[in-house]
Design a binder for this molecule. Structure first.
Ligand code: A2P
Ligand code: 11C
Length: 336
């Protein structure tokens, strides 16, 4: 069986990656429909050796679509995902629009594929920084029950989109030429800087990106008791998010055992030999679909603690690959 697949946001950083991954993985596509704003209508894109024209995303575009992958921002998802479902499509939505709705499964296929079974038309793809963290937390939780997680992120500009990638390129050049850049995408300069600010702040002092990591982790892991606290930081890296993660467990787990458990975890690669300069780094991991973990060590300040360093390609593993993997599971479980 083959499927008519729409990609909403097909001209964006994640949308383009979704098309690439559908093609690479030979997803059973009957026809592809690239959708974006009216500004991009008529633009041509290549898919599996054929040329397609980008069309404007509007309700009628979803007639005859079986699967719609959305990555054009929250407002577009809120407006158009229900329209796509009404016309018979299953939506896999990469935005923050529906993630915390109780009836919407929030899925990382390696962690909670069973949640797909209760879908009612919309499935949410989690935030990129959450996906790479839960893939490492899950096998540790299964063995030793996680009580508390303290995470600090080092997030690449590709998470913001194509404009932010251009801004980092431009500003880097400007600074090296002795010019002072004027920030456009971010509230401050991003070249040679760090911004402890991702998404909007609320009265608690936390940013929405930090709250996403807290709430989404509990929902994906199916355990509200896991306490998560996060500090999310934008760094002048083009692609791949990195995370420093401190975990407190109920049962003792040694670094060696953690390494052995993670080596067997689906989609996780242990890269941990620091004396030989082996640890995950964003500069080398673009284009990969696994989550890389290193610097695995015990936290000696508590009876049952671990410190880890996690890196993954946020556009692929944290967004497009996860979405395509959800689509593959839907096909496998006959849920379309
Ligand atoms: P467009 O290129 O036509 O603006 P990124 O995250 O890389 O910035 O990409 C955002 C994606 O969302 C792009 O594909 C963009 O299309 C799409 N998009 C933005 N606004 C709309 C809209 N009003 N309707 C449909 N797609 C949109
Ligand atoms: C970033 N994590 O790196 C964001 C991008 O809720 O899906 C993805 C935002 C989201 O800026």
């Amino acid at each position: 069986k083959t499927y008519n697949v729409a990609v909403v946001g097909a001209t964006g950083a994640v949308g383009r990656t979704m098309l690439k991954i559908l093609e690479e993985r030979n997803f059973p596509v009957k026809d592809i429909l690239p959708l974006a704003s009216s500004r991009s209508a008529g633009q041509r894109i290549e898919f599996s050796g054929k040329t397609y024209e980008v069309e404007e995303a509007k309700p009628s575009a979803f007639e005859g679509i079986d699967i719609a992958l959305f990555s054009a921002g929250k407002d577009i998802s809120l407006n158009l995902a229900p329209e796509a479902v009404k016309r018979g499509a299953v939506v896999i939505d990469n935005s923050n629009a529906f993630r915390m709705e109780p009836e919407v499964p929030l899925v990382v296929p390696e962690v909670n594929p069973q949640d797909l079974k209760k879908h009612k038309g919309i499935i949410a793809n989690p935030n990129c920084s959450t996906i790479q963290m839960v893939m490492v937390l899950k096998p540790i939780h299964d063995r030793a029950r996680i009580k508390r997680v303290v995470v600090s992120t080092y997030q690449a500009v590709s998470g913001t989109g194509l404009e932010a990638i251009e801004e980092l390129k431009l500003q880097t050049k400007q600074v090296l030429e002795g010019l002072s850049p004027s920030p456009e995408v971010y509230p401050h300069i991003i070249a040679f800087n760090l911004l402890p600010h991702i998404d909007v702040f609320d009265d608690s002092g936390y940013s929405l990106e930090e709250w996403k990591m807290v709430r989404e982790t509990k929902k994906i892991m199916g355990d509200d008791s896991i306490a998560v606290t996060a500090t999310t930081v934008r760094v002048p890296v083009f692609n791949c998010h990195s995370e420093s993660v401190n975990i407190e467990t109920c049962e003792k787990i040694t670094a060696e055992e953690a390494r052995a458990i993670l080596a067997k975890a689906p989609g996780v690669v242990v890269m941990d030999d620091p004396k030989n300069k082996i640890y995950p780094m964003p500069a080398y991991l673009s284009g990969k679909d696994e989550v890389f973990v290193g610097r695995i060590r015990e936290d000696f300040t508590v009876p049952c603690g671990l410190n880890l360093w996690i890196v993954a390609d946020n556009l692929r593993r944290g967004a497009a690959y996860n979405a395509v993997k959800i689509a593959e599971c839907l096909v496998e479980y006959n849920l379309i």
